[in-house]
Design a protein around this ligand. Structure first.
Ligand SMILES: [Zn+2]
Length: 376
């Protein structure tokens, strides 16, 4: 009951109904592979006009709902939906609700969660992931740590007695770990050699000199006149007075501009994808995928074909829900959208003032790590 009350206070704060929590059930629903918002609405007999009247950006976001996303659903005695919360990313969610007149509305709202700064220092005495779980209860943290050091440290070389220090930001929602943790700084001291990774303001990790260890470098997929929309997971739109997210960069230019594969990979999707119109998705090594949307046409590319960085895969267009010819270019790492701009300007590392700023962060964390190691 405690959890239910917590859910109620955290997630249904915008409720119009003074419903009785004891008479209703809040159900955790897992978003299935291939499931669509329209399908969900049909299945639950929600008015489909909610979907068809959606703004084009929101509709595109709704086609990005991750498989295994946990949604919260509140039903009435007749099993009809009173409220549903469907996360679009870690920051925003769709809120479908029924008012006292039995009419439904849908809006995009921020997801409420708590953020905590945490630090972890441990001496290896089992397997790293088990040691991390034993100390934090958080398995995902060990997965992310390994991902971060993947190119610069061989985890098989760890031996008992090695030291690990992690500074991270942990999100919690309704008392449970939520979303991805942000590792701000990490050190592995193995065989008396120290290996570091630090988070820079651009959202990428670098070693203590500001060098990138994951040097996967994507090329800009097309020429353009202007960037009409940039990447954001949550932005308040002051004119529309609503929250927006945009999981990519929009490059505006003339119809027919050639679109190139941003990196070597193979085509895993080619076809119409909701509001994205004619779309190609390419899978690359290292857990990356790129998405090219609103194409006018494809260029002799086949599904499952291998493509090289720079291969022309299609042409800029205006298909799907688009207000003018542009390429919507998305980049994901381990199925989470990331800002492509940081990966295109990539690089061997940080330069100039960005590097100077980063080195200050490094110095600060190294000082804290020293103290923790002495105490541990
Ligand atoms: Zn876009």
């Amino acid at each position: 009951m405690f959890i239910r009350l917590l859910f109620a206070t955290l997630f249904f704060t915008h409720s119009l109904n003074a419903y009785n929590l004891y008479d209703n059930r809040i159900e955790d629903k897992i978003w299935k592979s291939g499931e669509t918002l329209l399908g969900f609405m049909q299945e639950n007999m929600l008015p489909l006009k909610l979907y068809y009247e959606m703004d084009s950006e929101d509709e595109k976001l709704s086609s990005d709902i991750r498989t295994t996303t946990i949604c919260h659903i509140l039903r009435d005695e007749d099993y009809e939906i009173k409220q549903a919360l469907i996360p679009l990313n870690e920051e925003l969610q769709l809120h479908i609700k029924r008012d006292d007149n039995q009419s439904y509305s849908m809006s995009v709202e921020p997801i409420l969660y708590q953020s905590e700064k945490k630090e972890l220092v441990l001496t290896l005495d089992d397997v790293l992931s088990r040691d991390i779980v034993a100390k934090t209860g958080n398995f995902q943290l060990s997965v992310e740590l390994e991902q971060m050091f993947k190119k610069s440290f061989d985890f098989k070389k760890l031996k008992l007695g090695d030291k690990i220090v992690i500074f991270y930001t942990q999100k919690k929602r309704a008392g449970k770990f939520y979303g991805t943790q942000e590792i701000n700084a990490a050190m592995i001291k193995s065989r008396s050699k120290k290996h570091y990774q630090f988070l820079a303001k651009d959202g990428n990790h670098y070693d203590s000199h500001g060098k990138a260890t994951d040097t996967t470098s994507f090329i800009q997929p097309c020429k353009y006149r202007r960037i009409s929309s940039r990447f954001t997971k949550k932005r308040w739109h002051p004119i529309l007075k609503r929250y927006r997210a945009h999981h990519g960069i929009d490059y505006a230019g003339p119809v027919g501009t050639t679109i190139k594969a941003s990196f070597d990979g193979h085509v895993i999707f080619m076809g119409t994808k909701g509001g994205y119109g004619k779309t190609i998705v390419i899978k690359h090594r290292g857990g990356y995928k790129t998405l090219y949307a609103h194409l006018s046409r494809y260029n002799n590319v086949m599904r499952d074909a291998n493509v090289k960085k720079g291969t022309i895969i299609g042409y800029m267009g205006n298909t799907g829900r688009s207000t003018g010819p542009h390429l919507h270019f998305g980049l994901s790492l381990n199925n989470r959208w990331i800002n492509p701009e940081h990966r295109i300007t990539f690089r061997n590392g940080l330069k100039g003032s960005k590097r100077q700023e980063f080195l200050k962060i490094v110095k600060e964390y190294k000082g804290k790590m020293q103290i923790l190691l002495k105490e541990g």
